[in-house]
Design a protein around this ligand. Structure first.
Ligand code: SF4
Length: 436
């Protein structure tokens, strides 16, 4: 639930809310008992049907080290364990691909995420990508993304991944500043980051996207500008500009409390970093694919991310993967030992699930549109047979008053402050509609 709106503010960018939701806006869902999951999965995948837009998410739950700011770290990379994992993952792919559901429509995007998929050796990467391509029907223009980091991203791995069919690299750079990188557990200096990205770009065989984070400890507004400048000078295909989230009880919070790291930017400061990022990307004529994601040329499509926010099915593969299939969310066992045990027993290791909330497609439409900077309540009212403008009028009037949105007929457009608070706003709409 978002913090209440400060409806008296004259400075909505800095003061509209006291806190910001860290994840995507989503409805409250009903969880499913773990013992019900195998039968549900079997039922859902038994028919040759499903949504025409579909994706595959493959999770690689290893990292070479735990970066101080990260809340997604699960397992330290060990070559013997990774080898065992890759063999099990291929078994899971074979088991999953047999179901009739998988051949109903081609998949439009495959995403190898983590963790750090690029921690795996070249042969493993090639093997996994080739297995997906062999077992699942992919569309002719399927986007196949390999997520990773610069550290240990060797030419051999890059070439292996490209030869297997990877056509998009999404690399976490976070900052080019060597001092901050080292403090946060990013091992390579600026020069190495630039060298690897230049190599990838000059190969010209895949879209190259990087993530940058604003608000990191020690990252002044000038350093943030320099990060964006360094990105722009590389002429890559696109980038995500993310806000730092400080995970409660995580290594970053502890290091700041101990005094071993300077404090990260406050939320008010982050708002300024956000605006500066948008201004710089707009001035460089980058195209906005979502509020956080920018493309230089149309080779960058960001299909997996866009589809997963909208109406699509997603097949989850690998320990820690999750995805919506028809009316259910399935999460694959995140505990590595349990995962390996279940695969050995010939089972799809599912550990958690959720049922789609009533009107979930409406909430998805709202969340998707808000990520693009608008919400067309008039069109959504027709599509979902509900008078959204009337139901949401009190909220919308407050937002207009404090200049978080502008309204043209039945469509809301986020102002710059509204963009910064978009997740809170989307969650408020969903919460109001779930109240009934
Ligand atoms: S930032 Fe990436 S490499 Fe670092 S711990 Fe998180 S998932 Fe692993």
């Amino acid at each position: 639930m978002p913090a209440p709106l400060n409806n008296k503010t004259d400075d909505p960018l800095h003061d509209a809310f006291d806190s910001k939701i860290a994840v995507h806006a989503m409805p409250r869902g009903e969880s499913i008992r773990p013992d019900e999951l195998p039968a549900l999965w079997a039922g859902v995948t038994a028919a040759e049907d499903g949504l025409p837009i579909r994706t595959i998410y493959v999770h690689i739950p290893f990292c070479e080290n735990h970066c101080v700011f990260c809340g997604f770290y699960r397992n330290a990379y060990r070559s013997d364990l990774a080898k065992q994992y890759v063999a099990a993952l291929i078994q899971e792919m074979e088991l999953t691909a047999r179901a009739p559901f998988m051949s109903a429509h081609p998949f439009h995007a495959v995403y190898f995420g983590g963790g750090t998929p690029t921690a795996l050796p070249a042969e493993s990467l090639t093997g996994l990508v080739s297995t997906v391509k062999t077992l699942f029907p992919l569309s002719n223009d399927c986007e196949i993304t390999l997520e990773g980091r610069i550290y240990n991203l060797t030419k051999k791995k890059i070439e292996g991944a490209l030869s297997a069919g990877i056509n998009r690299f999404s690399l976490g750079v976070q900052t080019f500043d060597t001092r901050i990188r080292k403090r946060l557990g990013r091992r390579d200096p600026r020069e190495k980051v630039i060298e690897t990205l230049t190599y990838l770009r000059d190969l010209g065989k895949a879209a190259v996207i990087i993530d940058l984070i604003y608000g990191l400890p020690g990252q002044s507004l000038e350093i943030w500008e320099d990060d964006i400048k360094a990105f722009l000078s590389l002429e890559l295909d696109g980038c995500d500009l993310y806000q730092l989230n400080v995970f409660r009880g995580g290594p970053l919070e502890k290091s700041v409390a101990k005094g071993s790291l300077p404090r990260p930017a406050t939320l008010k400061e982050q708002a300024d970093y956000y605006v500066r990022g948008v201004e710089r990307m707009e001035a460089a004529h980058y195209r906005r694919l979502s509020l956080a994601h920018w493309a230089r040329i149309s080779r960058e499509r960001s299909l997996y991310n866009l589809f997963s926010r909208g109406r699509s099915d997603c097949v989850p593969l690998g320990s820690g993967a999750g995805g919506w299939l028809k009316n259910y969310f399935f999460f694959v066992e995140g505990d590595l030992k349990e995962y390996l045990r279940a695969i050995k027993a010939g089972k799809k290791p599912l550990s958690f699930g959720m049922r789609r909330a009533q009107r979930d497609f409406l909430f998805r439409d709202i969340s998707y549109q808000m990520e693009l900077g608008y919400c067309d309540l008039e069109a959504l009212s027709k599509r979902h047979d509900l008078d959204l403008l009337t139901i949401l009028r009190p909220i919308i009037s407050q937002w207009e008053k404090v200049r978080l949105i502008k309204r043209t007929d039945g469509c809301l457009y986020l102002t710059r402050p509204g963009e910064f608070w978009s997740v809170n706003l989307a969650q408020m709409l969903i919460d109001r509609l779930q109240e009934g």
